[in-house]
Write a protein that binds this ligand. Structure first.
Ligand code: SAH
Length: 341
């Protein structure tokens, strides 16, 4: 079994070089190629002797499909050695290039509106498989990744150890070197795991996918919420906020006539004001025939205006990459349908 280079600190890489009888500085050169230049092909690492990567893996996944949408969003479908597939997305905005990474193949949370949820959880991604997505996106687009959001397929906090290890690699100045402030972990809201994350000392932004202002509606939209309450999530989020001094974001997928009513807005205002958080509204992105409908842009704006009048910091997120099937799980689903037909 080869060792995953992306999971090794520079010190560990140095030790691996020494074990091979190579000078320790080969590790710095290797890290320079991989993390600074984004190069993973040993043949292109001109200053390194052959065999330097023997016993080490960098990329074990490969791109099987790529879609580019007119607004600049690039989405990749990656296949891993066991033939499982996940999506990863690059969203450019000015000087920023945000990688949206997956943490699981499939997802066990079962959200009623989400394409990934349909087939359930197949497996967790390993730390290196999460990190490989960042390298693939960089190589495929030539853009240096400045921000990472854990908002792809899967529930990051249900794959806790790999997610935290991936965050640590991303903020390690000797590896990806990102600022923790440019990393967002998005969760369906697992209170125990949020409290644990608060103790890790990682000043990442926490985004909570709330989607409903009361437990009854929330349990309908988010079956995994059965064992939790919004109250418990709010209290865990407050713990996170206090320990990390990092603002929490609420994600709210707006579904027409389901959770976009005046009553829902009023409930959301109360929660958001208690948390003093930012609210991101995302208009439901229909992925298949279903019971849900997408609200008009005007309806989303008036929901947002109501929140603003209630003193909430709110923005309606643009649904970028709709053409690239950029909503969670949609590229994989479409690709499977194509293969099946
Ligand atoms: N499990 C994590 C991260 C994955 S989902 C979480 O729940 O936060 C990332 C975001 O995409 C979530 O806010 C989710 O609600 C949203 N999303 C999923 N399917 C969607 C759809 N069909 N339309 C719009 N947003 C969707």
């Amino acid at each position: 079994m080869n060792r995953p280079l992306l999971e090794m600190t520079l010190d560990e890489l140095r030790a691996a070089m020494t074990d091979k009888g190579l000078p320790g500085y080969r590790a710095e050169q290797l890290a320079d190629w991989v993390y600074r230049k984004g190069v993973t092909d040993p043949a292109a690492m001109s200053n390194l002797p052959a065999g330097v990567l023997e016993g080490l893996d960098i990329l074990t996944s490969h791109i099987v499909e790529r879609t580019d949408s007119p607004d600049g969003v690039t989405k990749l479908l990656l296949e891993m050695p066991d033939n499982e597939r996940v999506e990863t997305v690059l969203i450019p905005a000015g000087n920023r290039a945000t990688a949206c990474v997956s943490t699981q193949v499939g997802c066990a949370m079962g959200c009623a509106f989400c394409a990934t949820a349909r087939d359930g959880l197949r497996r967790n991604l390993r730390t290196e498989e999460i990190l490989q997505q960042v390298l693939h996106l960089r190589q495929a687009t030539g853009r240096e990744i400045t921000n990472v959001v854990f908002m792809g397929m899967g529930e990051p906090l249900a794959n806790y150890d790999a997610t935290v290890a991936a965050v640590r690699a991303l903020i390690d100045p000797e590896r990806f070197g990102l600022s923790a402030r440019r990393i967002t972990v998005s969760t369906i809201g697992l209170p125990g795991k949020i409290r644990r994350l608060a103790k890790e000392g990682l000043p990442v932004t926490l985004a909570i996918s709330l989607h409903a202002p009361n437990d009854a509606l929330r349990r309908r939209l988010v079956p995994a919420a059965k064992g939790t309450t919004i109250e418990d999530i709010v209290s865990a989020a407050q713990t996170f906020f206090r320990s990390r001094k990092r603002e929490v974001t609420i994600e709210y997928v707006l579904i027409r006539d389901v959770n976009d009513t005046k009553l829902c807005a009023e409930g959301l205002i109360r929660i958001a004001n208690r948390l003093r958080c930012n609210v991101n509204l995302i208009r439901y992105n229909p992925s298949e025939e279903g019971d849900f409908r997408r609200p008009s842009a005007a309806a989303a704006e008036s929901f947002a205006a109501r929140l603003r009048r209630g003193g909430v910091n709110v923005q309606v997120r643009r649904s970028r990459g709709l053409d690239a099937d950029a909503a969670c799980g949609q590229l994989r689903t479409r690709s499977e349908q194509k293969n099946a037909s």
